[in-house]
Design a protein around this ligand. Structure first.
Ligand code: ARG
Length: 571
């Protein structure tokens, strides 16, 4: 990376001027405006140390540094900043190195063990767009961590336990097992849940049966557990269908539902008690972590067990921390869950620290995300005000993509068209989610996410298809280009090269903040630099060209183009 190449000379220059290492630590960073260069050293904080104006300091640094960096970077001083721009010769060498490197410059890190808690839908309830966000963002983080060499546990903390299961099991019995399974398997989870809820609200006998059923379930009654597992199984079948459609890594093996921590709940109570944190409050057992107050200004507890002996969501999450730290040996515990659960996680992490379930070396992070909104700025719902079913959303995206493909590439038909439509449709939904800053809300907008212009998945897929098309037409094997002479004469080539050379740094930055949108912004900048380059620099031995038809034939989406990235691009 350019920073590493300039550090030694820069260090010498600054120390020669009387700046200590601590005065200039971390000053050098990416230039905020790309036109100014790749890196910038702001000299404003040095002004006080050296008792000179920032302009003056920048001038001197730049004069001394320039000869030392000849062939590496151009150095200039602009209003108190020293700007550094990689020289084309240096970039060309860097690109040749990247071309020969299977990892594209991404270094493996000292391995840590991470649990990524993501997706986590609830049994017998519809997956909604919130679960989509968690699934897509979580999966991106898992892939990046794995690539950096860490051991990653995918943990799908499915909601599969608790009092509603009494009512759900009774409803299952009322419908008859076969009918209920049928209803659940067609994915009408919400319908099932609502019917149960409606009976629970109007039928005293049903309420009583449900109560008894919860007791049986918690007591481990065999038949009740079997009925419970029917509900779990049918829901999982449906969730897995969604995972397959989305092309995420989650499988059945990653399911660690709330019920998996059952055996640890008494352990949580016992250990909190031993550490002196547990208090009694109106029959319930609670912990006051301190620092949280309710609207009346009273201290807020984390409820560990209720007066009736039942455990809480927070208790399960405490058990979960014990399991991840002690059984899996995790250093990092990441929770990809919506922002509304912030307080829950803050309090749970605090209690876990105080009780010694995790220590200072453990890094527990709530990787929170904002909501998906409709065009009126409200939480996205169907016209009937119901939760939108994720599968319906994905199917609609595929349909819309198919229309777009039919217009753009009428020659593409049948199964091929469907395959391309699937890649574009699913890609659009996933990318719209990944490319917006995680903590922000975003508006779900079909036209924008399926547009072939802008920071969208179709735009990137199109750039990729275009590159594949060059290879197809040229007959050149990708592997034959692994050792190539690179020269960067034109500004369009240099821009593309500068952006490509940043890949590893952007990836690290993306992971450091668990912010996939940074990688997306970068990818879009690479694709658009490629488009500019392609417009003006001939790639194939030329038959004279002004558009795609002359150079490489029309750019077509082709199923061989690996649109969904399932096959490795490099051969
Ligand atoms: N099932 C929960 C929900 O749908 C999310 C669980 C998140 N993970 C956790 N460890 N609490 O809101």
């Amino acid at each position: 990376m350019l920073a590493e190449a300039v550090y030694p000379a820069m260090g010498l220059t600054l120390s020669g001027m009387g700046v200590t290492e601590s005065d200039c630590a971390d000053l050098l960073g990416p230039a905020t405006v790309e036109e100014h260069g790749d890196l910038a050293l702001p000299c404003h904080s040095l002004a006080a140390v050296l008792r000179r104006s920032p302009m003056d300091i920048a001038e001197e640094v730049s004069l001394t540094l320039a000869p030392a960096l000849a062939g590496i970077a151009k150095v200039s001083a602009v209003s108190g900043f020293v700007n550094l721009s990689a020289e084309p010769e240096w970039l060309a060498v860097r690109l040749s190195e990247l071309l020969a490197d299977d990892r594209l410059g991404i270094a493996e890190e000292e391995a840590r063990v991470a649990a990524v808690d993501y997706s986590a839908p609830n049994v017998a309830k519809e997956m909604h767009v919130g679960h989509l966000r968690s699934t897509v963002i979580g999966d991106a983080i898992v892939r990046m961590l794995t690539y950096k060499g860490h051991t990653v546990y995918r943990e799908n903390h499915v909601g599969d336990w608790g009092t509603p299961f009494g009512m759900l099991i009774e409803h299952l019995l009322d419908l008859g097992e076969a009918n209920a399974a049928e209803e659940l398997s067609v994915g009408d989870l919400d319908g099932f849940y609502k019917q149960a809820r409606a009976k629970f609200e109007s039928d005293d006998d049903f309420v009583e049966r449900s109560r008894r059923r919860v007791v049986l379930l918690q007591g481990g009654d065999e038949e009740t557990l079997r009925l419970w597992s029917v509900l779990v199984e049918e829901s999982m079948r449906y969730f897995n269908e969604v995972y397959q459609m989305l092309g995420v890594l989650l499988t059945r093996d990653d399911i660690m539902g709330e019920s998996s921590y059952h055996h640890l709940l008494p352990v949580v109570v016992q250990r909190l008690d031993e550490s002196g944190l547990l208090e009694e409050s109106e029959g319930a057992r609670v912990v006051y972590p301190g620092g949280w107050v309710n609207r009346e200004g009273e201290p807020m507890p984390v409820i560990i067990s209720k007066a009736d002996g039942g455990y809480n969501y927070a208790t399960t999450d405490l058990a979960c921390i014990i399991d991840r730290v002690e059984r899996l040996g995790c250093d990092d515990l990441l929770y990809v869950v919506g922002t509304p659960q912030s307080q829950h996680f803050d309090m749970v992490f605090e209690v876990a620290q105080q009780a010694g379930f995790m220590g200072v070396s453990h890094n527990a992070v709530h990787v929170k995300f904002g909501s998906v909104l409709d065009s009126d700025g409200k939480i996205l719902k169907s016209r009937e005000g119901e939760v939108i079913k994720l599968v319906d959303l994905l199917r609609e995206s595929i349909n819309r993509a198919e229309q777009a493909v039919a217009e753009r590439n009428p020659e593409l038909k049948g199964a091929q068209r469907q395959e391309v439509a699937r890649a574009i449709g699913i890609g659009a939904v996933k990318y719209a989610d990944l490319s917006t800053e995680r903590t922000k809300d975003y508006v779900f907008d079909w036209d924008r996410m399926l547009s072939f212009e802008g920071n969208t998945s179709p735009y990137l897929q199109y750039a990729h298809a275009r590159i594949c098309s060059i290879f197809r037409r040229s007959g050149a094997e990708r592997s034959s280009l692994r050792v190539a002479d690179i020269s960067l004469d034109r500004s369009e080539e240099q821009l593309l090269a500068r952006r490509l050379a940043n890949f590893a740094a952007v990836t690290d930055d993306t992971l450091a903040t668990y912010s996939p949108h940074r990688l997306c912004t970068y990818l879009h900048s690479v694709a658009s630099a490629f488009a500019t380059f392609y417009e003006s620099c001939p790639v194939l031995p030329c038959r004279g060209r002004s558009d795609d038809d002359q150079q490489a034939g029309p750019v077509r989406f082709d199923s061989q183009d690996n649109l969904d990235g399932t096959r490795p691009v490099r051969h």
